[in-house]
Write a protein that binds this ligand. Sequence first.
Ligand SMILES: *Cc1c(COP(=O)(O)O)cnc(C)c1O
Length: 469
Amino acid sequence: MSSVPPAIADAYDAERFRREGHALVDVLADALARMHRREGRVLPWREPAEARDAWAAEGWGAEARAEGGDGPRALADDMARVVAASTALHSPRYLGHQVAPALPTAALAELVSALCNQGTGVFEMGPAAAPIELAVIQWMCARAGYAGGGGALTSGGSLGNLTALLAMRQVKAAVWERGTERQLAVITSSDAHYSVARAVRVMGWGDAGVITVPVDREHRLRAADVEKAIDERVIGIVAAGGSTATGAFDPLDEIADLAERRGLWLHVDAAHGGGALLSAQHRSKLSGIARADSIVWDAHKLMMMPALVTAVLFKDEAHAYEAFAQQASYLFAGGAPRDTWWDLGQRTLECTKRMMSIELWAALRQHGEVWFGNVVDRLFELTRVLADKIVSSGDFELALPPEANIVCYRLRGADNRALREACVRDGRFYIVGTQLDGSYWLRSTVMNPLTEPADFDALLEHLRSLCRK
Ligand SMILES: *Cc1c(COP(=O)(O)O)cnc(C)c1O
């Protein structure tokens, strides 16, 4: 057997990594500074087919390798092009979907996850990652008011909702081994995130498995309306701790009263709003959340983490093992799952998983918990400022007063769908749209704490000028 071929050794060379890493961090820091200065486009729009063809035309394989690592195809140069062609979430003029401008500390911590590749599914493959994840989960449980709670981190709120609903199904209907013929259903609001209805379809309950109750004028799910919809199929209620479309918080206490009275599982989808638990000013919006059986909380939304870091929390820690009540002898030690609580793969659909917890853990250690609450306060306050500007503008109208960092609005007398399209193609701001009460509204989520009120004036003026064209 010959020694390690030079190309293989070179790819793993520690000094090469150091060189490429320093150059790459410089590229990213420069890009961050440009975005903060509001230079360039928020969305460097290209027609999808044009973008596909352009990236497909890039050379790779042998031809790309021929130059070697520090040649014209250096990693930092390639990555600079990727960043330049990407949506600039760190621009204070990014006012679109609810994805955070990733906290730089957390992005750096993610590099450790990528390099160390600790699977976390079994303790032996993540002897630091697993206990850190458990510590982060305990901290999140404490903030949610779960004294005996537990859970795990998983890949996104959509998978989180599925995981929580699988646990609900197992606890309420014990289907894991025998399956069931019984038609089961959950009740949720007409504003629920689509992942709730999707999870129900994944579980095989079909259309009859989701009972949708209309929201009230403030876009909240009310217990009295839920109660009217309960029938023999129903085993649980899914409420929103900050809805996707409007950021409205369902009244969790009254829904928890109902769930307790009728013996139903209560799941709170706080994917968006969970971070508000860290704000002394806003946590009361989630009052009652501690009474839910399960909670989903995305840290990549109000907690500024890189996607994806989602917590699925259960009031009763034992329920964390119900979603996937399965034995895998080659991985897990066998016996009751709780006896090997350190093997976190028993709690998630993922077997191998990124070290999601270290991003959050590192950020909490570097910036402190209060920092996170302050970010939430600032985002919510900025959103109120934007709403006030919309109301006082005269030519824009507001759909409803924002409770969180999401605001829906439109320019009176304009084709707002076409206006958004024009805004996307122009690229200097990024906003999205939503359907509310049967009509189309522009929608902005204020995700960047570096946004200033003057950015909102510029946005409204920009939309007016696009409309005039
Ligand atoms: C964003 C969101 C989801 C989906 O979360 P992902 O992490 O994008 O999968 C689910 N529910 C609500 C209320 C959300 O806002």
